[in-house]
Write a protein that binds this ligand. Structure first.
Ligand SMILES: Cc1cc2nc3c(=O)[nH]c(=O)nc-3n(C[C@H](O)[C@H](O)[C@H](O)COP(=O)(O)OP(=O)(O)OC[C@H]3O[C@@H](n4cnc5c(N)ncnc54)[C@H](O)[C@@H]3O)c2cc1C
Length: 409
């Protein structure tokens, strides 16, 4: 009897999960993409890490060396995140994994993937369009009601975006920003470089994601500290423009996002799993989201194949998410070149939070010990690999791993 896995949603999380399951599940599985074409994807989130390219290579035969593949995703190469104005010097922060990644246009992702999945995995991949009005867990199956008709699945992965409420979610205090203004420059207005900009500002930081057709900036701030007009003014000044997209109704569909950071206490409940913004949301420092979505898809794979039970998987999910919380807070605790109300709030808040994180402190002690023995790379991965911790700790001048690297932060 064939098994049916339903993946609801075709935002970045839904599509990459489909690619993962088509790549790794055998032909005993039917993998069904379910989505409502009338419900738009979030349409932001275009910087990635190496694992994303690896996933696309196996599941869609995407290749960095095939220009037509890059063009199909409006994509550019990415070798890291360039941090500017966090310290006197700037640096290229290594990727969370792998050596090369891409910036991609997530409005093109579904169509690119569907064309390839249909061609490469015709025995597994099918599509069901419609609005999911209910998902019911049973002992041996899940019943989805799609446009009023019931459909049975062995398992369902819910990638339907932001949750309607936060019952069953932990609200995270890892990040001091909660608002983002978006502005895009067009070709001729920017010079492409293979990095995602991470530029500290007086009110937070700004990302810059270069695609082939545009470079999209996101100005992140805290709207309880900085009012929107001041943020818009600083964004105009930084990008040397007299008007930004949100003020003139230009550019990508959603010119601003207001958010809080959270994660699901349980990634799996019965035969239903969650991924994407339905599972967690963190601010976009080092493009952490898609990195976690890929790990979450792998955890769900282990669960539906009986390799791991729901307790182990939920624990592994929360551990991975809490490691990423620590990485985000780690960047803020040393401040930036700006001595402003925002940074005077962010730094002590971050230091206080990291003080409560025994896992983080144990990790730094372990890394220091391994470094002293000359075997740092024997250390564990904690969101970052030991090499990345070493490079970033030196760049930030924290001296957590090597005392002599400590700078007056
Ligand atoms: C400012 C900002 C910058 C970001 N930058 C990055 C970045 O650089 N890198 C990164 O990895 N992440 C980034 N993110 C995170 C980003 O949120 C995610 O990458 C991505 O958008 C996740 O979307 P999703 O797939 O969870 O859901 P969505 O994009 O919201 O898609 C939801 C899907 O569910 C479907 N759906 C919803 N309800 C129903 C229903 N009832 N029935 C059927 N279908 C339904 C919709 O049709 C849609 O297909 C950023 C986020 C923000 C706010």
């Amino acid at each position: 009897m064939r098994k049916r896995l339903g993946v609801v949603g075709v935002g970045s999380a839904g599509v990459l999960s489909l690619i993962h399951f088509c790549t790794w599940l055998n032909n005993d599985w039917e993998i069904v993409s379910i989505y409502d074409p009338n419900k738009k994807i979030l349409g932001i989130g275009e910087s990635t890490n190496g694992g994303f390219v690896g996933l696309l290579e196996k599941g869609t035969h995407f290749a960095l060396g095939h220009q037509k593949d890059l063009d199909a995703l409006d994509a550019t190469l990415k070798f890291g995140s360039r941090f500017v104005s966090w310290r006197e010097h700037s640096w290229v922060n290594p990727l969370l994994d792998g050596n090369a990644a891409i910036h991609f246009n997530n409005f093109f992702f579904k169509d690119f993937a569907f064309e390839r999945l249909r061609k490469l995995w015709p025995k597994k991949f099918t599509v069901l369009e419609g609005n999911v009005s209910s998902m019911v867990n049973h002992e041996d199956r899940v019943t989805l009601t799609v446009d009023g008709s019931e459909h049975e699945f062995d398992y369902v992965l819910d990638c339907m975006g932001f949750p309607p409420d936060f019952e069953g979610y932990h609200i995270s205090d890892c990040s001091p920003v909660n608002h983002c203004l978006i502005h895009s420059q067009l070709p001729g207005e920017f010079t492409y470089e293979p990095y995602t900009d991470h530029i500290a500002t007086e009110n937070g930081w700004m990302f810059g994601v270069p695609l082939q057709s545009r470079k999209t900036f996101g100005y992140l701030f805290n709207n309880k500290i900085t009012d929107k007009a001041a943020a818009q003014a600083d964004l105009r000044k930084l990008l040397k423009t007299s008007e930004i997209d949100g003020e003139v109704g230009r550019g990508i569909k959603t010119p601003e996002y207001v958010f809080n950071c959270y994660y699901a206490r349980q990634m799996i409940d019965g035969r239903i799993g969650r991924n994407g913004n339905k599972a967690l949301f963190f601010e976009p420092l080092i493009a952490n989201s898609i990195f976690i979505y890929i790990y979450t898809a792998r955890l769900f794979y282990d669960y539906i194949n009986g390799v791991a039970n729901h307790i182990d998987v939920n624990r592994a999910f929360v551990k991975a998410v809490q490691e990423m919380e620590d990485v985000i807070t780690y960047y803020y605790q040393g401040g930036s070149l700006y001595d402003t109300e925002f940074w005077r709030y962010a730094v002590p808040a971050a230091k206080k939070r990291l003080e409560t994180r025994g896992e983080f402190k144990q990790l730094m002690a372990l890394f220091r010990n391994l470094k002293n023995q000359g075997i740092l790379h024997h250390g564990p991965t904690y969101a970052f690999q030991p090499l990345t911790w070493e490079i970033v700790d030196e760049a930030l001048g924290y001296g957590f791993i090597e005392e002599k690297q400590k700078a007056a932060v």
